[in-house]
Design a protein around this ligand. Structure first.
Ligand SMILES: Cc1cc2nc3c(=O)[nH]c(=O)nc-3n(C[C@H](O)[C@H](O)[C@H](O)COP(=O)(O)OP(=O)(O)OC[C@H]3O[C@@H](n4cnc5c(N)ncnc54)[C@H](O)[C@@H]3O)c2cc1C
Length: 505
């Protein structure tokens, strides 16, 4: 068989394109060398946002498209995406209040905002948002964006693509791509067995994120190798710094900004940094200097300072930005660029540079226009109204759906039910099945993690290791001990071996 489209990379862009394409009727094969979302797509700040900061760089196209996506994406997956209000304190000596107000006026009006509430001005001598902050801040602005569980957004796109007929292979590295006139021959290396396999496709999409240039030179054998600027960004997670449900947007004295966001109920997420990166993207780690920078920037605002000792977890990602020659990393464009290498009569290669989590669906639509040019038109654009798995309920209906879930599974405590519905939406019922007690969920691995959830992730979400479960499909890594994680890993190895044996018999 010759597939229509082969996608290299199981991050948000690869999975988004695979889903859109298969939904229009193309045959699709996607290979991811590690786990889904193991690259940049689980290392973001997790905002579906216009990017208020990008207005300063006149990125109006990107900001407008991103703002418009907020409500579209919220409606498509209201379990993993939800509105979040941000408090932006006015800081004397930094951007003047009129400039913040102007930026937020544009933010409210250029992006098709319908359901999200508009900006308001806060009197910080009275507003509860001032409680954890130093008394220096007397005025603030409150505006809307959305929160997203980034890693799950990737997995749900992959799940939907597979449900519609796409082949999704994880732990499968594309090691070479040969152009044979009208088709590509890809050589795939199975990271678990070491076996190789060849697959053919009429068109190749390079959605390898930070590895996009490496795929061009090392896999495709092209000389076109300097398109991407790798920019590291890191986050720290500390024990909850405040009870307010709103997030904070803090301006720093160096002209940058950071966020402090309520995270996983008990924590605060603080980030991010921006610095050029030259190493292997798989090895990116937070540096001491970044930890100090984030602690100092947050301590400028919070009454209780943030210290190294408060840090319970960190993560880092590498932005695969299009190299537009900007002098500073923070100034490099956040917009995406799609570049075709498609000589007439030969199988096309389409490369992606840049792209936000926020813009993945529009990026996919733009990519599909390029695909249609080469492979001929099939179905129409459809993802603006299609829901992702588990997201088939009204965007404002989360609390009602959660109540129904609790009524049907009264043995779940509120936190547990809430967590399951946030991660799986209506699919939580598939995971819970006919259970009438916690014992029916099988083996207990610590915190509120039970066998039924692990089996669901193995069967439906390509989870293979404890790492996949604890740091991507859930964030239970924040709650399980190293011993508990090791037990889970052993259990998963056995469960997966057993599945393989059964499949082979
Ligand atoms: C610190 C930080 C904060 C961010 N915050 C936000 C935010 O709040 N909101 C937002 O919208 N965006 C944000 N972004 C941007 C966003 O995260 C990225 O632009 C996006 O995740 C890139 O997705 P991708 O699919 O292109 O790349 P990736 O997620 O890296 O996916 C590429 C995949 O390709 C695979 N791959 C590479 N080579 C091969 C091969 N040879 N064979 C098979 N597979 C291969 C890799 O393993 C990887 O999984 C942030 C980024 C960073 C770093």
């Amino acid at each position: 068989m010759i597939y229509d489209i082969f996608v290299i990379g199981g991050g948000i862009n690869g999975c988004g394109i695979a889903r859109d394409a298969v939904g229009r009727g193309y045959s699709v094969f996607l290979a991811e060398m590690n786990d889904l979302a193991s690259g940049t797509s689980s290392g973001s700040t997790k905002l579906i946002h216009g990017g208020l900061r990008y207005l300063e760089y006149y990125e109006f196209r990107l900001v407008r498209e991103s703002l418009m996506e907020r409500e579209v994406l919220w409606a498509s997956a209201p379990h993993i995406i939800w509105p979040l209000r941000f408090v932006l304190p006015h800081h004397a000596g930094l951007r003047p209040a009129w400039l913040l107000r102007l930026g937020l006026f544009l933010y409210d009006h250029i992006g098709g905002r319908r359901k999200l509430p508009p900006t308001s001005t806060l009197d910080m001598t009275r507003d509860p948002a001032a409680k954890p902050l130093k008394s220096l801040y007397t005025k603030a602005f409150e505006y809307s964006d959305c929160w997203v569980n980034d890693a799950r957004l990737v997995t749900l796109n992959a799940r939907d693509a597979a449900d519609r007929g796409a082949v999704i292979r994880t732990r499968t590295k594309v090691v070479s791509a040969r152009r044979d006139a009208d088709h590509w021959t890809l050589t795939l290396l199975d990271g678990l067995t070491g076996a190789t396999e060849q697959v053919r496709s009429r068109l190749l999409v390079n959605a390898a994120g930070p590895w996009v240039d490496e795929v061009l030179t090392g896999v495709v054998g092209s000389n076109n190798a300097h398109n991407v600027r790798l920019v590291q960004g890191s986050h720290i997670v500390v024990k909850k710094k405040f009870d307010d449900p709103r997030a904070y947007f803090f301006q720093n004295t160096d002209g940058r900004i950071i966020f402090a966001i309520p995270y996983e109920q008990d924590f605060t997420l603080i980030g991010t940094t921006d610095q050029d990166y030259h190493g292997d993207p798989a090895e990116v780690r937070i540096s001491d200097a970044e930890i100090d920078y984030l602690c100092a920037a947050a301590s400028e605002y919070f009454i209780q300072p943030v210290n190294r000792e408060h840090v319970v977890w960190t993560y880092s990602g590498v932005r695969p930005l299009y190299d537009d020659g900007a002098s500073k990393a923070q100034e490099a464009t956040r917009d995406y660029v799609l570049k075709a290498d498609a000589p007439e009569g030969q199988a096309p290669l389409l490369n992606i540079f840049g792209g936000k989590i926020t813009t993945f669906r529009r990026l996919s639509e733009h990519m599909l226009e390029k695909i249609e040019d080469r492979l001929g038109k099939r179905g129409k654009p459809w993802t603006a109204t299609g829901t992702l798995p588990g997201g088939d309920f009204a965007p404002a209906g989360f609390d009602d759906e959660l109540r129904k879930l609790q009524a049907d599974y009264p043995f779940l405590d509120v936190r547990h039910a809430h967590r399951l519905f946030r991660l799986y939406g209506t699919k939580a019922r598939v995971l819970l099945g006919t259970a009438t007690s916690l014992a029916d969920l099988g083996r207990h691995f610590g915190s509120d993690l039970y066998e039924a959830e692990i089996r669901y992730q193995i069967e439906h979400e390509w989870a293979l290791t404890a790492q996949d479960v604890l740091w991507r499909r859930t964030k239970k890594g924040l709650h399980l001990s190293a011993d508990e994680a090791a037990v889970l890993d052993g259990f998963m190895k056995n469960a997966i071996d057993r599945r393989r044996q059964i499949a082979a018999e």
